[in-house]
Design a protein around this ligand. Structure first.
Ligand code: UD1
Ligand code: CA
Length: 453
């Protein structure tokens, strides 16, 4: 049984007042369109077809290989939009799900229920409805005396009696494919708006005495459609709550989920605690038993187990196990902190590896460097990695002690067990077990290493 989804995304989204196509507006870090496509994956068996129009170029670019697209030009309504998929799908699929790209909260299981209902329906279509106090401009479901669905009436053509109906058209349908295309062609142009309404297809089935099934959904939140930025913020809050709930049920603690912002797709292991005002974005993966936050921003970062990250900003970085950082530390792309690294306040690390047990307690900048295990970076140490044109590397060995306020003028190498005096400006390589001082730093003594290997 082949099930193919057709997603309507050609409308202008005028009410968003935006130059970005409506369906690309983000919700918990991913475009609205992404959320709908994820949900549809659970119910459809084939690659989806997305009908594009306004902002077609941008939307098509975003979709890449994830969907086929067809252009609707001009945009003459939802019925007309669905019709554009016919050349791609006629005789290619058994069932067709049609839904709107501005309904990002609909869940995969809901689409699945719709398909299952249609599978058992001797008639050609099933649709999703919801009972809600606030109709929000949705189409009304008109039922016959015997309870079967008779029509969907759009709000602005509904009679005052029909406007009182509280069963609403959510905007998700499942059709028998062979019936669908011919029925679409029978939809008449709406005389008032000059558009072809997909919703009129219900009356076509009823005229032919074919049964229409309705799946009445009980979660109104899931059916929030986005027409304005007010709706977008409501959907964002609902999606955030759903994401946080999912993590908590998987064993993640949150002191205050309402001030915890985790994007869709982030992974977090059990017994990790997320403290308030923490933002976790992008391709981030966090292991078990960590304490993250408060006041922390993490993007595209991998964190191992049992780390503590307090009031810090991490971007494109990696932390192994038992790392302790913050408050007020910053990791930029390519920062790699191995196990048991300690990084205190006001430090910045970029494109550098700090090996096991490195300590960097107070305000330092480490860029394009490789720092050996158990080395201590004194307060105020700077890798002078940029000469105005190019970045240069700094190599520091194991068990090195960098004195406070040392300038490491790259490219430069310090051997294992080396030491620098406070305020040293290191312009030349330092052999192992050697103490250098001054500006420019010169060697004054050979050292006896305490932590011999
Ligand atoms: C639509 C339904 C309404 C339902 C509501 C639920 C129709 C006629 N009405 O109304 O019954 O209660 O959704 O959210 O279907 N689109 C195109 N091409 C077009 C027009 C629209 O691709 O020519 C796309 C839009 O990009 C959008 C979707 O179809 O993603 C729905 O269009 P919209 O104008 O938002 O319909 P509603 O007025 O919300
Ligand atoms: Ca809409």
């Amino acid at each position: 049984m082949k099930v193919t989804a057709v997603l309507l995304a050609a409308g202008q989204g005028t009410r968003m007042k935006s130059s970005l196509p409506k369906v690309l507006h983000p919700l918990c870090g991913k475009p609205m369109l992404w959320h709908v496509l994820e949900a549809l994956k659970e119910a459809a068996t084939e690659k989806p077809v997305v009908v594009v129009g306004h902002g077609a170029e941008e939307v098509t670019k975003y979709l890449g290989e994830s969907a086929q697209t067809v252009l609707q030009e001009p945009q003459l309504g939802t019925g007309h939009a669905a019709m554009q998929a016919e050349p791609l799908l006629r005789n290619k699929t058994d069932y067709i799900i049609v839904t709107y790209a501005d309904m990002p909260l609909l869940r995969g299981e809901t689409f699945k229920r719709l398909v299952e209902t249609q599978h058992l329906n001797p008639g050609p279509l099933s649709l999703l409805t919801v009972i809600a106090e606030d109709p929000r401009g949705f189409g009304r479901i008109v039922r016959k005396a015997d309870g079967t669905v008779e029509a969907i009436v759009e709000e602005y053509v509904a009679t005052p009696e029909q406007q009182k109906i509280r069963e609403l058209n959510v905007g998700a349908y499942c059709f028998k494919a062979d019936w669908f295309w011919d029925a679409l062609h029978r939809i008449q142009k709406n005389p008032k708006k000059g558009e072809y309404y997909l919703t009129d297809i219900v009356e076509i089935a009823v005229q032919d005495n074919l049964p229409v099934q309705a799946v009445v959904h009980d979660d109104f939140i899931e059916t929030i459609g986005i027409n304005t930025r007010v709706h977008l913020s409501e959907a964002e809050a609902a999606m955030r709550q759903r994401i946080n709930r999912g993590h908590m049920l998987n064993g993640v603690s949150m002191m205050d989920p309402t001030s915890t912002y985790i994007e869709a797709g982030v992974r977090i292991g059990k017994d990790t605690t997320i403290l308030p005002n923490t933002y976790i974005h992008g391709e981030t993966e966090i292991g078990e038993g960590n304490i993250i936050g408060p006041n922390t921003i993490i993007r595209d970062t991998k964190i191992g187990n049992r780390c503590k990250v307090l009031a810090s900003v991490l971007e494109g970085a990696a932390l192994e196990d038992d790392v302790d950082m913050g408050p007020f530390a910053r990791l930029r792309k390519g920062a790699h902190l191995k196990s048991h690294v300690h990084m205190g306040n006001f430090g910045e690390v970029k494109d550098s590896t700090l090996h096991e047990g490195v300590k960097m307690g107070h305000f330092s900048y480490i860029g394009n460097a490789n720092i050996g295990a158990n080395t201590n970076i004194g307060a105020g140490t700077i890798t002078c990695n940029f000469d105005g044109e190019k970045k240069h590397p700094t190599e520091i060995g194991e068990d090195v002690f960098i004195g406070s306020d040392t300038m490491l003028v790259a490219p430069v190498k310090l051997g294992d067990g080396a030491r620098t005096g406070a305020g040293a400006v290191v312009t030349k390589n330092v052999p192992e077990d050697t103490l250098v001082v001054g500006m420019p730093a010169r060697a004054i003594r050979r050292l006896e290493r305490k932590t011999k290997k």
